[in-house]
Design a protein around this ligand. Structure first.
Ligand code: NAD
Ligand code: MG
Length: 385
């Protein structure tokens, strides 16, 4: 029986993971569930899954969470604030931690799970984009098992599972991208938040939905892939594949390509990350090839979607550019979702922040957090009034 902590339990990834866990009560029990501010959602999950601890990120809501548990007759211990997130990520009784907080806000507890040697099921891509070197180092030092949840990286993990180390030399990674809701839309100036969040193939949180619409999501994933698989930027490609059936591929020097396929359902990579090296059912529909008909591919349009290019540049540039890119993107996306910035203003803001702020390579978590804070300040200063 594996004890699991879910950071970001009320989100799209968190609830999908709980759906998988509920299918296998003999294998997994929930140790802790966390949320930032969704008191009722967290209390409902506590009643259903019976965790020992529930953590609310916004500590001022602890009292309301206690009340919500009492109303439902749920008995979990209640904690609040950032230190409590770290505590449940590294608690000795925990075997596996799902990092499913959105944004760099998830970095510190994700790092704590790595340092504590847990199975780290990583969905929180912003954490590895902001602090890739630190996180990978923490995984090694802590002896953690890092299992990618992001469907592309999970696919590559699956493609590489049976591949010998000697075969990996010179391999290329091919990340697939759906292209988002605006693949065929020429004028992106008047895009509304609801249009940007209406993804054709996946139902996700609003931040990653906007990232998918700008292709920044794929940019963050290029950086994520480079760290996870230790592959240089020159050997990571992106191809648009609107059906989201091939989740990513690995190409070897002899021209052979391995691909991983499935219906677009995050429960599949979550089940893989939970059960690895075994396999369990996930609830995902089987692929029906006859109904699918065709799989198509095209090159990404970097002119309409410059964010993907910015991410490649940041990865090439090194230093702290990826952390700056991520922070600027978080600020710009939030402003767009609040109606304070045009869709095309997201890329423009990020470009200006990257030009204005180029800090040196951070040497520890405090420096990363300081760079993240400064980059947010610079980005906020560039938003329209
Ligand atoms: P979401 O917005 O649906 O959920 C986010 C969760 O994090 C919620 O539980 C929320 O309470 C919590 N949270 C938000 N801000 C927080 C903060 N400051 N401190 C602590 N907790 C906080 O997001 P999501 O779509 O589930 O995405 C979560 C992560 O997984 C993101 O990094 C995203 O890029 C990644 N991801 C998501 C998908 C997907 O299909 N949704 C796919 C691949 C990767
Ligand atoms: Mg992805």
């Amino acid at each position: 029986m594996k004890a699991v902590t879910i950071l970001g339990a009320t989100g799209s990834i968190g609830t999908s993971a709980l759906d998988v866990i509920a299918r296998h009560p003999e294998r997994y029990r929930v140790h802790a569930l966390t949320a930032q501010s969704n008191v009722d959602g967290l209390a409902d999950l506590a009643l259903r899954f019976g965790p020992e601890v529930v953590v609310i990120g916004d500590a001022s809501l602890e009292g309301r969470l206690r009340e919500a548990l009492r109303e439902r007759g749920a008995t979990a211990r209640v904690a609040g604030g950032r230190d409590a997130l770290v505590d449940v990520a590294r608690a000795p009784e925990v075997d596996a931690v799902l990092a499913a907080i959105v944004g760099a806000a998830g970095l510190v507890p994700t790092l704590a799970a790595a340092e504590a040697g847990k199975r780290l099921m990583l969905a929180n891509k912003e954490a590895i984009v902001s602090a890739g070197a630190l996180l990978m180092d923490a995984v090694r030092r802590g002896g953690a098992e890092l299992l990618p949840v992001d469907s592309e990286h999970n696919a590559i993990h699956q493609c590489l599972a049976g591949v010998r180390a000697a075969e990996r030399d010179g391999a290329r990674l091919v990340l697939t991208a759906s292209g988002g809701p605006f693949r065929d839309r020429l004028d992106l100036d008047d895009v509304t938040p609801d249009e940007a969040c209406a993804h054709p193939n996946w139902v996700m949180g609003r931040k990653i939905s906007v990232d998918s619409a700008t292709l920044m999501n794929k940019g963050l994933e290029v950086i994520e892939a480079s760290w996870l698989f230790d592959v240089p930027v020159e050997r990571i490609d992106v191809v648009i594949h609107p059906q989201s059936v091939i989740h990513s591929m690995v190409e070897f020097p002899d021209g052979s390509v391995l691909a991983q396929m499935g219906t677009p359902d995050m429960r599949a990579p979550l089940a893989y990350a939970l059960a690895w090296p075994e396999r369990v059912t996930s609830g995902a529909q089987r692929l029906d090839f006859a109904r699918l008909g065709e799989l198509t591919f095209e090159a990404p349009d970097l002119r309409r979607f410059p964010c993907l290019g910015f991410a490649y540049e940041a990865l090439r540039h090194g230093r702290a550019a990826s952390a700056v890119l991520n922070a600027a993107n978080e600020v710009a996306v939030q402003a767009f979702l609040e109606g304070r910035l045009r869709f095309t203003g997201i890329a423009a803001t990020i470009e200006r922040v990257l030009e204005a702020f180029d800090p040196a390579q951070p040497s520890g978590i405090d420096e990363v957090l300081e760079i993240d804070r400064r980059a947010r300040e610079v980005a906020t200063g560039m938003l329209p009034n």
